[in-house]
Design a protein around this ligand. Structure first.
Ligand code: JFZ
Length: 583
C-alpha cells in the first residue's frame, strides 16, 4: 500500500513537472525550435562582404562612386569584360582565416556569414560551375572559403554563406537591380538569356557546391529576390531542402518567409513574433570602401546589440575586408571593444529572451528562466539622476540584486506600489552599459507601464515612442531619458513616430505636443483608421506646445497613435512629448 502511494506520488510529480506549453506545440514547431536553438542562443554574428569590389574600393577611373562599394559595377556601369579584369589584380596575400575567426570569437560572435558570390557574379570559392572564381581567375590560387570553413571548424564557430541567387551582373540570364522595370543591362554586349539558363547553369550548381564542399553550412543567406520567379526559387529551395538543419533567410523569393527575417540597416522598434536578424554595417558600405569614414561608435554598437537582444533578435554585424585580405583597423578596434564588454557581460546576451517590460527609460532588459526562478538582466545605459532605478510593475519575490561583473557588489532595493526601486551606485561601473542582475522566484508578473489615462491626460514622452526609421535614409534619434528625452534629427519625411497607450475612456481627446520646428510643415496623425492632417507652425528655434487637432477614441483599451510628416515642406523637427487631453 505504501509502495502504491509512492508510485502514485511519483506519477503525480512527473505529471506536474511536464513542460505544459511544450505539449501544446505541434511537431513542426518543435522541429523548428530544435533547428533554430543554437541560432537563437547566439544573438551575435559577423557578416563579411568580400569580393572583387574591394580592389576599386569605391573609386573608378579616379572618381569616387557614390553608394555602397559592392555595387560599383552597376553604379559606374562598368562593362562585364572590364570588371572581369579586376580579378587579375586580386591577390589577398595577407588573408589569414584563423585571424578573422579569432577576432569574431573575441568579439563574442557565435557565427560568421560570408559572401560566397555577390551580385557581381564573382565566386569567392573554387567553383567547377564557373571559371569566374577566385581560384581560377586570380593570381591568389587559394580557396579562402575553404580556409575559413576549416578555421571555423577548428574554433567552434558556426558558418554561413551569402549567395546572390537572383542578381548576377556577369551572366546573360542573371538579374540586375532594375530588371523588373524593363530597363536594359548597362552592358549592351551581354546578350540576354532566360533566367532559368543562369539558374540551372550556374546558381544551382554553385549552391550545390557550397552546400556540399565546405563541411556542411549552418546558414544559407539569400539576397535581393529581384526578378526571381517561383520556378527559379523552387529549384533553389529544393537544394536547400536536402539539408534539414540548414537555416535560410527570407530573401530567396518574396514573400517566402524562410527561417528568419532580415531587417536591414535599422533596428525594429519592437520585437517581432518570428525569428529575425538585423544586418548592419559599422560604417556605411558593406564592401570595403576606402573613403567611407562614417563609423558608428563602439558604444552605439554595444547598445545596439543589447537593444536587439532585448527585443528577441540577432545582430549580424558587417566587416568589409580589403583587397589585401585585411579587416580594416577601425572595424578591428570596434570588435575588440565590443568583445571587452561581451567577455564580462555575455551572460546577459546569449540564450536570453526579449524584455518582459513595455519600456524602460533608463535602458533595456533581457531575461532568462532557470530551474529556480527568473533572471532579469537590467542594462543600464543612463543612470537616473535621482539615483533610483525604477523597475516598473514587477510583481515577484526578489531574491538577489547584484552587479553582473562582480556578484559581490549587491544593490539595495525596496518595493513601492508595484515597482521595485533599486539604489543607484555612486560610482558609474560602466559608462556604456552596466548590467544589474535581479533574481526572482518562479512566479513573476509584470504590469505594463504603457502610458495611460491619469487625471484626464495621457502623457507620451519621447522615450516611450517607437521610432520607425527607413532602412536607408536619415535616422531620427532619441536622446536623453525620462522628462529630458527628446526625438532629434527628424529630417526624413518617411520616419514615423508611434506610441502605444491605454485608455479606459472612450471619447474625444485634444492632441498636444511639445515641438521645435525649423519651418512650417504638416503631420498626419493616425489612430486606427482615422487620419487627420495638421499644420505645424515654425517655432523659431524654441520648444512650443502646439495643438495637433482632436481625435475620437471609440473603444477603450490599447491604442496606437502615430505621427508621419507630409512630404512637401517637411524640414526638420524635434519632439519632447505628445499628450492627449480628454475633452
Ligand atoms: C543587399 C545587397 O544589395 C547589398 O549589397 C548588401 O549585400 C546587403 C546586405 O543586401 O541590399 C539590400 C537588401 C535588402 C534591402 C535593402 C538593400 N531591403 O530589404 O531594404
Amino acid at each position: 500500500m505504501k509502495q502504491l502511494g509512492l508510485f502514485f506520488g511519483i506519477l503525480f510529480f512527473l505529471f506536474s513537472c511536464a513542460p505544459k506549453n511544450q505539449e501544446q506545440k505541434d511537431e513542426a514547431t518543435l522541429k523548428q525550435d530544435a533547428k533554430m536553438e543554437w541560432w537563437r542562443d547566439a544573438r551575435f554574428g559577423m557578416f563579411i562582404h568580400w569580393g572583387l569590389y574591394a580592389v576599386p574600393a569605391g573609386e573608378w577611373n579616379g572618381k569616387e562612386i557614390p553608394g555602397i562599394s559592392e555595387w560599383i559595377m552597376a553604379r559606374a556601369e562598368i562593362p562585364v569584360k572590364e570588371y572581369e579584369k579586376l580579378a587579375e589584380q586580386f591577390n589577398p596575400v595577407e588573408y589569414n582565416a584563423e585571424e578573422w575567426v579569432k577576432l569574431a570569437k573575441f568579439a563574442g560572435m557565435k557565427y560568421i556569414v560570408i559572401t560566397s558570390k555577390h551580385h557581381d557574379g564573382f565566386a569567392m570559392f573554387h567553383s567547377k560551375a564557373s571559371k569566374y572564381n577566385i581560384v581560377d581567375a586570380t593570381p591568389f590560387d587559394r580557396d579562402p572559403l575553404k580556409e575559413l570553413a576549416d578555421a571555423c571548424e577548428k574554433h567552434g564557430m558556426r558558418l554561413g554563406f551569402y549567395y546572390s541567387q537572383a542578381q548576377d551582373w556577369h551572366e546573360p540570364g542573371g538579374t540586375y537591380h532594375n530588371i523588373e522595370q524593363g530597363v536594359p543591362h548597362w552592358d549592351p554586349e551581354l546578350e540576354r538569356e532566360p533566367l532559368m539558363n543562369y539558374i540551372n547553369g550556374k546558381a544551382v550548381p554553385q549552391v550545390k557546391e557550397i552546400l556540399e564542399n565546405y563541411g556542411g553550412l549552418d546558414i544559407l543567406w539569400w539576397d535581393t529576390p529581384r526578378g526571381m520567379t517561383e520556378e527559379a526559387a523552387t529549384t533553389l529551395q529544393a537544394e536547400a531542402d536536402k539539408y534539414p538543419d540548414l537555416i535560410t533567410n527570407n530573401r530567396l523569393y518574396r514573400p517566402w518567409p524562410g527561417d528568419f527575417s532580415t531587417p536591414e540597416q535599422h533596428v525594429p522598434p519592437t520585437g517581432l513574433d518570428y525569428d529575425w536578424e538585423v544586418c548592419m554595417t559599422m560604417n556605411t558600405s558593406w564592401g570595403y570602401k576606402r573613403n567611407d569614414d562614417n563609423w558608428k561608435s563602439s558604444e552605439s554598437l554595444i547598445r545596439m546589440l543589447v537593444d536587439i537582444a532585448s527585443k528577441g533578435g540577432n545582430l549580424l554585424l558587417n566587416v568589409g575586408p580589403t583587397a589585401e585580405g585585411l579587416i580594416p583597423a577601425p572595424s578591428v578596434e570596434r570588435l575588440k571593444e565590443m568583445g571587452a564588454w561581451m567577455q564580462k557581460n555575455g551572460e546577459s546576451i546569449y540564450g536570453t529572451s526579449a524584455s518582459p517590460f513595455f519600456k524602460l527609460p533608463w535602458g533595456r532588459c533581457t531575461t532568462k528562466k532557470t530551474s529556480s526562478g527568473n533572471i532579469l538582466y537590467l542594462h543600464v545605459f543612463n543612470w537616473p539622476k535621482d539615483g533610483v532605478l525604477r523597475v516598473p510593475g514587477l510583481d515577484a519575490r526578489v531574491k538577489d540584486v547584484y552587479l553582473l561583473t562582480n556578484p559581490k557588489q549587491k544593490f539595495a532595493y525596496k518595493f513601492e506600489d508595484n515597482d521595485v526601486l533599486i539604489h543607484a551606485p555612486t560610482v558609474i561601473f560602466d559608462p556604456v552599459n552596466t548590467v544589474v542582475v535581479v533574481k526572482t522566484g518562479k512566479k513573476m508578473e509584470i504590469t505594463s507601464n504603457m502610458p495611460s489615462l491619469k487625471e484626464g491626460k495621457i502623457l507620451m514622452p519621447a522615450d516611450f515612442a517607437d521610432i520607425h526609421n527607413p532602412g536607408y535614409g536619415t535616422h531620427a534619434v532619441l536622446s536623453g531619458s525620462g522628462t529630458e528625452s527628446l526625438i532629434q534629427n527628424w529630417v526624413d519625411y518617411r520616419t514615423r513616430v508611434e506610441w502605444m497607450f491605454h485608455t479606459s475612456d472612450a471619447g474625444t481627446y485634444r492632441i498636444e505636443a511639445l515641438v521645435k520646428s525649423e519651418q512650417p510643415g504638416k503631420l498626419t496623425v493616425k489612430l486606427g483608421d482615422q487620419n487627420t492632417e495638421t499644420e505645424i507652425p515654425s517655432t523659431d528655434g524654441n520648444f512650443e506646445i502646439i495643438s495637433l487637432g482632436e481625435i475620437e477614441i471609440s473603444e477603450p483599451g490599447n491604442q496606437i497613435i502615430s505621427l508621419t510628416p507630409v512630404r512637401e515642406n517637411w524640414g526638420s523637427a524635434e519632439l519632447m512629448y505628445m499628450e492627449l487631453v480628454k475633452l
